[in-house]
Design a protein around this ligand. Structure first.
Ligand code: SF4
Ligand code: SF4
Length: 305
């Protein structure tokens, strides 16, 4: 069995990427299983999705703790403790990261073990589409290439998954081109054959019994007040809004729409963006009537100003 774990941020397309890989596995004749986990999270928060495939029945369920391949939608996730990207990763795990950096530099700085390979998917999407796009298809394409699927299976899976989302044929055709480019370009590293996670010589199977906590402990609740500012959601950002002051008319719409309250106003109603907490959702850019906010790609180093 091969186990693939996708890490992304809410809105980047990790779930659809896992579905594309799962469907491509079916096209290759495998049994496949895919599932996401994201709970009641906000756009930009770390999410994960899982794909398993094998020749026989799949008896495992749930999270993948020991992946054969980890696909990371952007490198900021590596330093986000909530994402737990490197959990279960060993020297034998293949790790793909969407980044402008070379694999060796990334491995050294992040401390993430594994056979690391990288490609600047965000730059590729920007170059092709001229705008920030969802990464599901390119992530799925990279995963399909690394696990050794054919370009035909990938194309069929992309058509099926994007078709089921109701996308137009012209958009799907654009995505096919993007997928093909990533499929051909990504530097390949070996993805090892996994195991069934059960009984093996020297590794007896064990059964786990879930332990349930009392409702007051097991139910999510807010136990401390006014601590949201301590969570630096600026770490979630891949793109940042930047104000062009000469175009701003002071209408304050960006201030009203920002879901993180990351915009304040000066005494003369000009916006100031708190980059420690701006998560890069770009709602302010969408809502600004004078196009006074432009989108800039984050530098790959420290984000806060
Ligand atoms: S400042 Fe803009 S991009 Fe940042 S969180 Fe607020 S609305 Fe989103
Ligand atoms: S929405 Fe645009 S024009 Fe209005 S205050 Fe914000 S940046 Fe200025």
């Amino acid at each position: 069995m091969i186990r693939v774990r996708f890490h992304g941020r809410g809105g980047q397309g990790a779930k659809t990427a896992s579905r594309i890989l799962g469907t491509a596995a079916f096209k290759e004749g495998f049994t496949a299983q895919d599932s996401p986990i994201y709970g009641a999270e906000r756009r930009g928060a770390p999410v994960a999705a899982f794909t398993r495939f094998t020749r026989g029945p799949i008896l495992e369920r749930g999270l993948i703790a020991s992946p054969d391949l980890v696909v990371v939608a952007d490198e900021t996730l590596l330093s986000d403790p909530a994402a737990r990207v490197c959990e279960g990763v060993t020297d034998a795990t293949a790790v793909f990261v969407n980044t402008m950096r070379a694999p060796d530099a990334l491995r050294k700085e992040s401390g993430c073990p594994g056979r690391v390979t990288t490609l600047d998917l965000t730059g590729l999407v920007l170059a092709k589409l001229g705008k920030v796009g969802v990464l599901s298809v390119v992530l799925g394409a990279v995963a399909a290439r690394l696990v050794g699927f054919s370009a035909e299976s990938l194309r069929a899976a992309v058509a099926e998954e994007l078709g089921s989302l109701g996308l137009s044929p012209s958009v799907i055709e654009q995505d096919h081109a993007l997928a093909a480019e990533c499929f051909q370009t990504v530097p390949v590293v070996p993805v090892g054959e996994g195991d069934m996670g059960g009984a093996q010589p020297g590794r007896p199977a064990s059964l786990w019994t879930p332990v349930y906590e009392p409702p007051t402990k097991g139910t999510a609740r807010i136990a401390a007040c006014a601590n949201a500012p301590q969570r630096k959601t600026g770490d979630w950002r891949v793109f940042r809004p930047v104000l062009e002051p000469e175009k701003c008319n002071g209408c304050a719409l960006c201030f009203v729409y920002c879901p993180e309250a990351a915009i304040t106003l000066t005494a003369n109603d000009r916006p100031v963006i708190d980059y420690d907490h701006c998560k890069g959702c770009m709602l302010c850019v969408e809502e600004c009537p004078t196009k006074a906010l432009k989108i800039e790609r984050e530098a790959t180093t420290a984000k806060s100003e």
